[in-house]
Design a protein around this ligand. Structure first.
Ligand SMILES: [Zn+2]
Length: 245
């Protein structure tokens, strides 16, 4: 009996958290442009995570990803999911990136996408902060480069239980890479926080940028995070919210 109960529990855990987003009584699967490149990750295991999300998606990698932001190519998509970490972006691609947001594409910046585009200040304004690979200045004060630490087990607290991204999420703990000494704009809406000293005070927030729906989730280094049920639910809900559902 105990074995059966354990088996049932394991089966329940293996089920997708959601199969679809909801808009009123309607069910919808947002179409996601998934962008990678510039940082390694375990692609096969990450694909298992993507299969659990309530989405359909197209996958594009750098250096081809910027061309996919062109209006005619991004038209079929609802949301851009960044899991990339490029350093450079041309002026043309910057324009396409911003135009996509202005034209109603939602944006979810996941984990190392927080560390992209060291030399594009507008990216900080878009996602509400950034990891700095070089010394940087905040209000005229010189700051050292940001730091990272792998395999840290830490507690995450839900700051805003009313937001669609954190709905139904309780405080949880996770083993993941932390980002410390990074920039966070005072304009962000905090959703998830942590007291972990090697991490910035937030792990998830939304940011106001030209009426676009933008969420950043700094969690998500490897399978230890990708298999965490709270992480899967937050990422699902972030994509649904960014899609306007
Ligand atoms: Zn990482």
């Amino acid at each position: 009996m105990k074995k059966m109960a354990t088996l049932l529990f394991v089966c329940l855990l293996a089920l997708p958290v959601f199969s679809v987003c909801r808009e009123g009584k309607e069910k919808k699967a947002p179409h996601v442009l998934f962008i990678t490149g510039g940082h390694e990750y375990d692609e096969n295991t990450f694909n298992q995570l993507l299969a659990k999300l309530p989405i359909t998606y197209g996958h594009v990698k750098h250096p081809d990803a910027h061309a996919a932001l062109k209006a005619e190519r991004i038209a079929p998509y609802d949301v851009i999911l960044l899991y990339d970490m490029p350093k450079e972006i041309s002026e043309e691609a910057q324009g396409d990136f911003i135009a996509a947001l202005e034209n109603g594409k939602g944006l979810v910046a996941l984990h190392h996408a927080f560390c992209s585009y060291d030399f594009w200040p507008e990216y900080v304004s878009i996602i509400g902060g950034r990891y700095h690979h070089y010394p940087w200045k905040e209000n005229g004060v010189e700051k050292p480069p940001s730091t990272y630490k792998h395999g840290v087990t830490f507690d995450v607290k839900v700051v805003d239980k009313d937001h669609p991204i954190t709905k139904g999420i309780e405080d949880f703990s996770i083993t993941d890479e932390t980002y410390g000494g990074a920039q966070l704009l005072p304009t962000v809406r905090p959703l998830l926080s942590t007291d972990e000293p090697t991490n910035l005070p937030l792990v998830c927030w939304t940011n106001q940028y030209r009426d676009a729906r933008i969420a950043t989730l700094t969690l998500g280094h490897d399978h230890l995070a990708w298999e965490n049920p709270s992480f899967i639910k937050i990422l699902s809900q972030a994509i649904c919210w960014a899609a306007g559902l």
